[in-house]
Design a protein around this ligand. Sequence first.
Ligand code: HEM
Length: 154
Amino acid sequence: MDATSTELIVAAGRTSAFFPALNASLNFLAAILLVTGYVLVRQKRLIAHERVMLAAFGVSAVFLASYLYYHFNYDSGRFPGQGLARTFYFTILISHVILATAMVPFILWMLWEALKGRFLKHARIARYVWPVWMYTSVTGVLVYVMLYHWRPGT
Ligand code: HEM
């Protein structure tokens, strides 16, 4: 095994340090773009809003592809904490996974309405979708930090 793959594959059973960090970074970037896109639409800078939100959509699509690739090819980590920390971790993780899956058709619908020029409908759907998308992006980062960098009780 060469040096590069040794860095990426950190233990037996194919675990990767690279993909979780990449995926968390993509979630973080999506959250930044979503906030920026929201500020832009409130300032009525609509072309910039369109571009930034399409970038958020692109980043989240890359995240989804990378996430699926990772989970089909590697073992994900096991959360080491117990008690309250474990309950907190799984509450965040389960809400994150359910909302991230459920929001996909709504994102496509919201985007479709915008691209068809039906902006009032787009905005009405977006007012529900935006907070959920933000929540999943932020909790995506949180889950990564808790799973790989938080050692409760040690
Ligand atoms: C895909 C990610 C997108 C998200 C999350 C998003 C989010 C939002 C939100 C939250 C609002 C409502 C703001 C408010 O008044 O409270 C809004 C409005 C708007 N969006 Fe988007 N947007 C997205 C993509 C787009 C695209 C691609 C376009 C253009 C083709 C667009 C055009 C607009 C316009 C023109 C409004 C203003 C509607 C109005 O108030 O009359 N958006 N968007």
